[in-house]
Ligand binder design. Structure first.
Ligand code: F6P
Length: 326
């Protein structure tokens, strides 16, 4: 079927670089004479028919901005067959015959099910700060979030050092430790706790205790929010309850959503622009139910189901490196 009008949307947790990706989708589509409709608030807006016409001019000056001009949402209704049927109806009503969806694993799961049920061609772009998608070396937003985390760890180090304090710094990553591991190395953390490895509280306590008693200096422990010990605040409570930590001056800092905002880094802008253009090209070439990614600097298409069914692994060498260098 020949494409005439495509829809573009951002969905799930926003990520810096989503705007650059939308811009690339719109401008590339115009080179193929395709109309582009922006779908606001992800799948939620698709269900409600919250659509806006876009042209190359409408995406001027957004490349450098964080957040997403199209807004984003996590849609409960799209998880139901009725919600998806309503979304398909809205797309057909507006003559939208292809889609580019930018988001994380929830977005791509939704895309695969939607395609299988309703047959509207869809190509995904990986957009999440978590970097937890198989089929691409990096996701849009990850580099910016990582740099934000490191910048903040540097700031925390100054004050931690001034007081010889122990800081537990929590970074985002619900199921993945990419931000934690790499910000830990980049920020010189003494210990990194991630969901991919089993964390034993007793071992953590011993390690922190020896770090803090061996030298009169600060220590920083980077904790991924998804670590099975339950996040920085919970670990801090466990330490405080232990008499061995009575004399250790301990603070918690949760970086939270600061990691999701801000201007995208150069790396994210380039990645998002390449992926947005590649997604439209893939749709035009007749690909569907795939995600575009970049592996070893080359554009690759991965069947959408593989993106979450096959897990992207962390580099365990990096974990050893944190121990070696701390
Ligand atoms: O998926 C990206 C992410 O930022 C996770 O790291 C985090 O757990 C989650 O989104 C937070 O989502 P929300 O902003 O909906 O609370």
């Amino acid at each position: 079927m020949e494409l005439r009008r495509i829809g573009v949307f951002t969905s799930g947790g926003d990520a810096p670089g989503m705007n650059a990706c939308v811009r690339a989708v719109v401008r590339t589509a115009y080179t193929f004479d395709l109309d582009v409709i922006g779908i606001r608030r992800g799948y939620e807006g698709m269900i409600e028919g919250d659509f806006v016409e876009m042209d190359p001019q409408s995406v001027s000056n957004i490349l450098q901005k964080g957040g997403t001009l199209l807004k984003s949402a996590r849609s409960e209704r799209f998880r139901t067959p009725e919600g998806r049927a309503r979304a398909a109806e809205q797309l057909r009503k507006f003559g939208i015959d292809g889609l580019v969806g930018i988001g994380g694993d929830g977005t791509l799961r939704g895309a695969a099910i939607f395609y299988e049920e309703h047959g509207i061609p869809i190509v995904g772009c990986p957009g999440t700060i978590d970097n937890d998608l198989f089929g691409t070396d990096e996701t849009i937003g990850y580099d910016t979030a990582l740099n934000t985390a490191i910048e903040n760890i540097d700031r925390i180090r100054d004050t931690a050092d001034a007081h010889n304090r122990l800081f537990l710094v929590e970074v985002m990553g619900r199921d993945a430790g990419f931000i934690a591991l790499n910000s830990g190395i980049g920020g010189g953390a003494e210990l990194v706790l991630i969901p991919e490895t089993f964390t034993e509280m007793d071992k953590v306590k011993k390690r922190i205790h020896s770090l803090m008693s061996a030298q009169s200096r600060s220590s920083i422990v980077v904790v991924a929010e998804g670590d099975e010990l339950g996040g920085a605040a919970k670990i801090a409570n466990a330490l405080r309850a232990d008499p061995r930590f009575e004399r250790i001056d301990l603070r918690v800092c949760i970086l939270g959503h600061t990691q999701r905002g801000g201007a995208p880094t150069a790396r994210d802008r380039v990645l998002a622009s390449r992926l947005g253009a590649a997604a439209v090209e893939a749709l035009v070439e007749g690909h569907t139910n795939v995600m575009v990614g970049i592996i070893n600097n080359e554009i690759k298409l991965t069947p959408t189901r593989n993106v979450w069914q096959r897990k992207k692994t962390i580099n365990y060498e990096l974990l050893k490196l944190t121990d070696l260098l701390s």
